[in-house]
Design a protein around this ligand. Sequence first.
Ligand code: LLP
Length: 416
Amino acid sequence: MHEFKYKGSELRCENVKVADIAKKVGTPFYLYSRKTLVDHYQKLKEAFKEVDPVICFSMKSNSNLSVCKALLNEGAGFDIVSGGELYKAMKIGADPQKIVYASVGKKREEIEEAIKRKILLFNVESVPELVHINSIASRMNRKVDVAIRVNPNIRPKTHRYITTGKKENKFGLDLATTEEIFDNSNRYPNLNIKGLHVHIGSQITEAAPYIKALKKIKRFIDSSRINVETLNIGGGLGIVYSKERPQTAKQFAASVVPILKKMDVKVILEPGRFIAGNSGILVMSVVYVKETEAKKFVIVDAGLNDLIRPALYGAHHEIKPVMKAESANKEKVDIVGPICETGDFFAKDRRMPELQNGDLLAIMSAGAYGFSMVSNYNARPKPCEVMVSGNEFFVVREREAYKDLIKGESIPGALK
Ligand code: LLP
């Protein structure tokens, strides 16, 4: 469920008319519902209450400071993948003891900073990384808590770019190597090898692959007799973009909690999309309607630089008019951006009400991997981000200006 609903013919976010916000801030812009964010976080918390997990919101899905702060206020921790995300988490006053850090390519400065901040766990993805963290910790005279990211070789049904737990993926370590690491933990005197981490992919709509992965891990722990204090079961819960019927948080918990309870571990979850996905939309304006021999194109003022999911994954997002049309006439159109790429589309052959220049459209389910994947391609300033809370809205990130496009650039004397 989410808080983007029509009242009469007008789309609202909570109690605020989307069109009113557009009038104030221009288009394109991202719009987040605080209530939806919080509701989704609470749903997961409630569903898993028996095991009282640390819920680390996956910042890669949306690292807007206000989005993260809204979740921090509910008690969320954070799953980070870079020094930049750590920096942002620290800016909002996140509790380092609820921060977990995954990534196959953590660099020295990033590791040092995370050690300094005393984060909860590094999710380690390779032996060289383990050696590296150990030596940095030794130099800093510290003992650091780590979990080993396991690659369980499981294939969930999702887009091939977002499966992460198959053996040909770059993530995590196989079980044999993991066992060897635990057995030889004395090689890493500056590390406490405390736990396991598993994340099998993203936009997974059913419990079966999770159950398979967890059972595999339970068998592994039992047979290897390693001492596992924390188990991070990753994120990946799928959401509704169109006709998906993903498991609810309750159903998901009902199938995995019984397995977790048998393991006597501290549970960590890392949801991103489940919390943020349906909490945000991208609002844009129609610039032109162009008819060719083959097609009718609705050209909008957002492009693939603003939301790359359709271009990158062929992802389907519902697109709704901010003002429902009087006439029920529908026609098939391609909704495309202004970018110089044929891949710059948001919908193909989509049945839409008749549209005109200036009409506002909302791309739904854009709260996760929307703004966080924005670029300046075609020298386009990044859109602004707005959050609604009840009857009010706030610009939580300003629209970039042209001067931001040249920030840090300079022309050397030799060119003058
Ligand atoms: N934990 C780890 C280690 C991850 O790699 C990810 C996502 C998550 C948690 C959060 O997954 P979520 O709950 O959001 O599914 N850009 C793609 C998704 C990439 C996901 C990368 N890893 C998209 O737009 O669909």
